[in-house]
Write a protein that binds this ligand. Structure first.
Ligand code: NDP
Length: 248
């Protein structure tokens, strides 16, 4: 099914985990993808995508927290692809610790990457999207941003911040044909969660009605729905994909 034919998507944090799965899903749907990561991981993903979908992917190495560098990469992406239809702000990090002991550095690193990084990329694509009077922006939040999580003051604040950003931009851009939505994953099996102690994993599992962790593909399916023509009347929403962990 070529539902993303002639569509150009940027996926940040596409080097691994959820972002890799999202990038591959766009390519599988006939779209082209700018795969962004901090290291050379996105280059490997782009290579894998091009092996099955020749010419569908290009990799860009940038720290999303660096506004100037993101502006430059954004300009390069427009030069390479000619336009951008879809932006998925997925790059994210954790620096967990109880608030009482959390360093300024850990607070700043998480807010700068998860929240400011998303805003940086939004600003890099916004004007051309407004001009073309169409676009899809999807921000990857977290259930931690909906319900809080002890030991993640920085992370939960950044993810809750993304929801405020999503709703505000949805209002600002609705009249320009651009939808802005968020996806809030629960516990998904990736490098980010792999490092957590078994006791924490067991505790989380007991809160999931479906009794299992999610896969990156579960999030990619939600993102591609929101990016697709089928979601044209959906904006300012948060789609929670968590096996029933949080029910509004
Ligand atoms: P991973 O740690 O597996 O991958 C994170 C990706 O983000 C990597 O490709 C990494 O690049 C990239 N990245 C991190 N920091 C930067 C930066 N400063 N600039 C550019 N790229 C960066 O994470 P997941 O796949 O698990 O998570 C993806 C998103 O989903 C995150 O926003 C996360 O918060 C969110 N999420 C994840 C959940 C989970 O259970 N896994 C639950 C809820 C939300 P590189 O490969 O170069 O290091």
């Amino acid at each position: 099914m070529n539902r993303f034919e002639n569509q150009i998507a940027i996926v940040t944090g596409a080097g691994r985990g959820i972002g890799e799965s999202i990038a591959k899903s766009f390519a599988a749907g006939g779209g082209k993808v700018a795969c962004v990561s901090r290291s050379d991981s996105a280059a490997k993903v782009a290579e894998a995508i091009n092996a099955t979908h020749p010419g569908a992917a290009r990799a860009y190495c940038v720290d999303v927290a660096n506004k100037k560098a993101v502006e430059e990469v954004g300009a390069q992406i427009f030069a390479d692809f000619g336009k951008v239809d879809i932006l998925v702000n997925n790059a994210g990090i954790t620096r967990d610790g109880l608030a009482m002991r959390m360093s300024e550095e850990d607070w700043d690193a998480v807010l700068d990457t998860n929240l400011k990084g998303a805003f940086n990329f939004i600003q890099a694509v916004m004007r051309p999207m407004i001009k073309q009077r169409s676009g899809r922006i999807i921000n990857i939040s977290s259930v931690a941003g909906l319900m809080g999580n002890a030991g993640q003051a920085n992370y939960a604040a950044s993810k809750a911040g993304l929801l405020g950003l999503t709703k505000t931009l949805a209002r600002e851009l609705a009249g320009r044909g651009i939808t802005v939505n968020a996806v809030a994953p629960g516990f998904i099996k990736t490098d980010m969660t792999d490092v957590l102690p078994e006791a924490i994993k067991t505790g989380v599992l007991s809160q999931i009605p479906m009794g299992r962790f999610g896969e990156p593909e579960d999030i990619a399916a939600a993102v591609t729905f929101l990016a697709s023509a089928a979601a044209k009347y959906v904006t300012g929403q948060t789609l929670t994909v968590d096996g029933g962990m949080v029910m509004a």
